[in-house]
Design a protein around this ligand. Structure first.
Ligand SMILES: [Zn+2]
Length: 159
């Protein structure tokens, strides 16, 4: 039995709501007048999760692969990018996920429980094995100043 730990990061800009795009974070729609800029649903948490999975498998999903799914098949649901990333793990199984979200707006603390359940569902693990924290970092970065949202994810897998 081997243990591998992957780390992933992603960030997206926030924009005003003249597009009527929903703000999706961790697979959950967050009521907000702002939305994240991107070709897909711009779910920065699930993109960082894909990158953490890539850190284990060595196969890149976000970037060329997800862009292709978006452009050629019109797939904008980032949960489906995670499902593709999971296929690259082969015989490794995810046992734990830890997520840090840096943002100032919207306020996401009350949505963390729902995010944990949704991410556990996507990964087919227990909600207890998904940890999510949120911080504004005292406004020291662009994310803490409300210009965008950044996410860091670590994934532990055994195989
Ligand atoms: Zn992204």
């Amino acid at each position: 039995m081997r243990v591998k730990i992957g780390i992933g990061q992603d960030s997206h800009r926030l924009e005003g709501d003249d597009t009527n795009r929903p703000l999706i974070l961790g697979g959950v729609e967050i009521p907000s007048e702002l939305s994240l800029l991107g070709n897909s649903d711009a779910d920065v948490v699930l993109h960082a999760l894909c990158n953490a999975i890539s850190g284990i498998s060595g196969e890149i999903i976000i970037g060329p692969y997800a862009d292709k799914m978006c452009r050629e098949q019109g797939i904008t649901d980032s949960a489906l990018y995670v499902k593709e990333a999971l296929k690259t793990l082969k015989n490794y199984k995810i046992t734990h996920v830890s997520i840090v979200i840096e943002c100032f707006v919207p306020k996401i603390v009350s949505h963390i429980g729902q995010m944990r359940s949704r991410i556990a569902e996507i990964l087919n693990i227990k909600t207890d094995d998904v940890g999510v924290t949120a911080t504004s970092g005292e406004g020291l970065t662009s994310f803490g100043q409300g210009k965008g949202i950044q996410a860091f994810v670590s994934v532990t897998a055994m195989g």
